[in-house]
Design a protein around this ligand. Structure first.
Ligand code: ATP
Length: 517
């Protein structure tokens, strides 16, 4: 049996082999935590962007788009708190010379305890069969209780140390838990230090502090500083939202797990401006809408869960993550935050410009409150890819690697395959291609056996293949083959457009998302 780790390794290799994701600068041995999207990857990424953009901007009267610059005035990052507080606590192991995030070491430790508890519960379930009472087992089993007590203690100490910014306490906790470096196996740890995650560079020819500007670590601030521009020129009335897709940069200390944590990545963020006091209603509404956006893709409802934050960032009065079950466990995919008026008020203070909205209904001016939905495009890509990747055992011992991608997200929708490279079959195939390529992305392939060509299309997640054979010249029919079932049927060429369009259409999926309000 292949385990999850092997499958994840295979997935990374598959993504490269089939042109989805390449390590950046590969011929120079790569650049850590930076990746390039290949010919298939870019198509799929564009489809994900489209899915998000349409659901946010085109399907809501009161949400509009924006594309702000990556470089912004350096004072913006003082106002937002990033210069002062966008830090990770890092710790080095003196023997392996490897660097870690202190909080991540502790989180991994906690995840291991959780795993032990779940294993114990599974053992109980097997032992007691139908009579198993899970709640009672969790409340009474001595091993579960011991581990739970340990978990609670470490969790509490970690939360306290992080909120108090107490780096010595974080280090002590790592020592007390006897956490070892996974590489050297030793506990020879340095002090914990703060590390700012923003990349900086120089503007023009100005050298030194004065010319320092940052590569944005989030797209949100571009929205905040344009709040009044958009509100006034778009004559927007509160509540309204501004959505943006764009690059963000973070000098992550621990860059692991493929495109899960990158140093250059893309975010899809939407800031929703509401009347102060209304924010909880909108926070709850956006939680549900965002979850239904995810579920509408059909990757499996049980792959998502909310994780409400107990410890809130200084600017938030409520926050939750939508977590996804990645091959390495449930991890944050999207954040939904109630950011109060923190950002707009601070920009008001730092810029000296008023960032208020006159509410005609209330007859007063105020700084709006903000609900933010923020999702990593690359993380979403990984979520879909990992849920879709499947190594399927076929009759006869063969293994088929197939990407069961949602049809609207798949890079190629239809593969057009002439049975042989002669007898007029390529000509008819090309005629079909030239007609259908206006409706959806098609790929023509005439090399190798039909079996091999099907496998190549399965590997990139193409939902439909058609084969054009000698009979097609006579009866005007082709064989359509379905990726997931591998079933085949004969259909008239003229019905292709409607059959495939209907199945690959994003409309169908978009219509399933519950409307916000
Ligand atoms: P994490 O705790 O995983 O570092 P975060 O809480 O710092 O994430 P946010 O600042 O809330 O993340 O960013 C919003 C979203 O942007 C995240 O939910 C994630 O999908 C994405 N994201 C953040 N950092 C990265 C990264 N280094 N690489 C890829 N995506 C990222």
């Amino acid at each position: 049996m292949t385990n999850k780790e092997d499958i994840f390794k295979n997935l990374v290799a598959h993504a490269k082999e089939y042109g989805f994701i390449f390590p950046s600068s590969e011929i120079y041995d790569g650049l850590s935590a930076v990746y390039d999207y290949g010919q298939m990857g870019v198509e799929m990424k564009n489809n994900i962007k489209k899915y998000w953009w349409e659901s946010m901007v085109h399907l809501n009267d009161n949400i509009v788009g924006l594309d702000s610059a990556i470089f912004m005035h350096p004072r913006i990052w003082e106002a937002s708190g990033h210069v002062g507080a966008f830090n990770d606590p890092l710790i080095d192991n003196r023997d392996s010379k490897k660097r870690y995030r202190a909080d991540v070491l502790l989180e991994d430790y906690l995840a291991k305890i959780e795993e032990k508890i779940e294993k114990e519960v599974e053992k109980g379930r097997k032992r007691f069969g139908d009579a198993f009472d899970e709640a009672q087992f969790r409340a009474t089993n001595p091993n579960v209780l011991r581990n739970k007590a340990k978990y609670d203690e470490v969790h509490a100490r970690m939360t306290e140390a992080l909120s108090a910014n107490d780096l010595a306490a974080l280090r002590q906790l790592i020592l007390d838990c006897e956490i070892v470096c996974p590489i050297s196996g030793t506990r020879n740890w340095t002090e914990v230090r703060q590390f700012n995650l923003m990349f900086s560079t120089q503007l023009g020819n100005v050298d030194g502090e004065a010319g320092t500007i940052y590569l944005r670590p989030e797209t949100a601030q571009g929205i905040f500083v344009n709040f009044l521009n958009v509100q006034k020129t778009g004559r927007m009335k509160i509540p309204f939202g501004i959505a943006q897709i764009g690059k963000a940069f973070r000098n992550e200390i621990v860059a692991r797990q493929f495109i899960f944590r990158m140093r250059e990545f893309e975010q899809m963020e939407m800031q929703f401006f509401v009347r102060p006091g209304d924010e909880m209603r909108w926070f709850t509404a956006w939680k549900q809408t965002r979850l239904s956006w995810h579920k509408a893709l059909g990757l499996g409802d049980d792959k998502y869960r909310f994780h409400d934050h107990e410890k809130l960032a200084h600017y938030a009065n409520a926050a939750t993550d939508i977590e996804f079950e990645f091959p390495f466990g449930f991890k944050e995919l999207e954040g939904i935050h109630s950011r109060t008026d923190f950002d707009l008020s601070n920009h008001q203070k730092f810029s000296g410009r008023k960032l208020q909205y006159f509410d005609p209904e209330a007859g007063e001016s105020y700084v709006p409150y903000v609900i933010e939905t923020s999702i990593g495009l690359d993380r979403m890509f990984l979520a879909i890819l990992s849920a879709a990747y499947c190594e399927e055992q076929l009759e006869g011992g063969d293994v088929r690697a197939v990407l069961r991608l949602p049809a609207c997200i798949a890079p190629v929708k239809l593969a057009i395959l002439p049975l042989v490279k002669k007898d007029g079959l390529p000509e008819l195939s090309r005629k079909i291609l030239d007609d259908l390529r206006f409706d959806f992305n098609c790929q023509y392939d005439e090399k190798d056996s039909i079996g091999k060509r099907y496998r190549r299309q399965d590997a990139i997640g193409t939902p439909f293949c058609i084969t054009i054979d000698h009979d097609s010249l006579q009866d005007g029919k082709v064989t359509i083959r379905y990726r997931d079932t591998m079933e085949q049927e004969r259909i008239p060429i003229e019905s292709l457009r409607s059959i495939v369009s209907e199945k690959v259409s994003m409309n169908k999926v978009l219509r399933q998302i519950h409307k916000i309000g």
